[in-house]
Design a protein. Structure first.
Length: 71
């Protein structure tokens, strides 16, 4: 049995890194390509496991990034 919590954390970290580097939110299609290439969870899986939509996850990460940047 795989450790899905670890996959989830790795995927969220990679998503956060993508948002910080590109200063933008990826579309689901773009993220899914990255996820397949790097063996991460897709947008659908992240949304399912977190209980919120992928776009909302991205918005939260982006907001937190902007907050950190201004501190």
């Amino acid at each position: 049995m795989a450790n899905y919590e670890q996959y989830y954390q790795e995927s969220i970290e990679a998503l956060t890194q993508y948002i910080k580097e590109n200063k933008s939110i990826p579309t689901e299609k773009v993220w899914n390509k990255i996820a397949f290439a790097k063996n991460l969870l897709t947008s659908q899986s992240l949304g399912y496991l977190s209980g919120i939509k992928f776009s909302d996850i991205c918005k939260d990460i982006y907001k937190n990034y902007k907050k950190e940047k201004t501190l």
